[in-house]
Design a protein around this ligand. Sequence first.
Ligand code: ADP
Ligand code: ADP
Ligand code: ZN
Length: 206
Amino acid sequence: MNIILLGAPGAGKGTQAAYLVNKFAIPHISTGDIFRSNIKQRTEIGLIAKSYIDKGQLCPDDVTVKIVELRLANEDCKKGFLLDGFPRTVPQAEALSKITDIDYVIDIEIPFERLLHRLTGRRVCAKCGASYHVDFLNGKTTCDCGEELIHRDDDTEETVSKRINVYTQQTQPLIDYYRERGKLISVNGDQAVEAVFEEIVQKLGK
Ligand code: ADP
Ligand code: ADP
Ligand code: ZN
């Protein structure tokens, strides 16, 4: 099964991705995680990506499409994959359509007023990409995998509002793009994590 997770920053894509890859035994491909890993390793791609990510802007389409194309060519993607945070622009979606076929696009819907709290309180694992929220950590500072949790540099109040604008202008048009192609599944992201997951599984089964 080839799946895309769509949704505003903070909608819960990464959180649902962890459940989905576990259930369907497919690889989780997060372009955000790939960029952050490149930044950490100070690669050329990382250097380019950092300048955009810090400003809350999208990285250039050509660079982004290239890293996804390389990743999808891996053997482990033959049985399916879950794309999280890609595509984010119509040109990226068009490029993807030339690389592979997509079965479902899951759009996680969430009122924008929920996003600031979700993102400023988000804590992530730089090693495995797991996503947590301070509201539920009870003071814990480490990931289930043992690594220290961090607060992402771009999860600040200032950058979040920019990212929401970027989402509205460049990513939201993909909802219609995939609806017109009969791929879209919309779920309510404004409910408990488990309830969102149940809704996704139920709608995928139809
Ligand atoms: P979030 O989880 O908040 O949606 P991501 O971790 O997916 O954020 O992405 C973080 C940043 O990485 C984005 O704000 C953007 O700068 C860059 N990025 C990630 N995916 C893409 C993409 N498909 N196209 C362009 N830039 C991207
Ligand atoms: P995205 O990948 O779409 O940017 P994340 O999965 O990283 O979003 O979630 C953003 C923040 O919201 C994290 O702190 C996460 O723990 C929290 N979160 C995710 N889903 C829910 C939910 N259904 N209810 C409450 N908080 C959530
Ligand atoms: Zn971890």
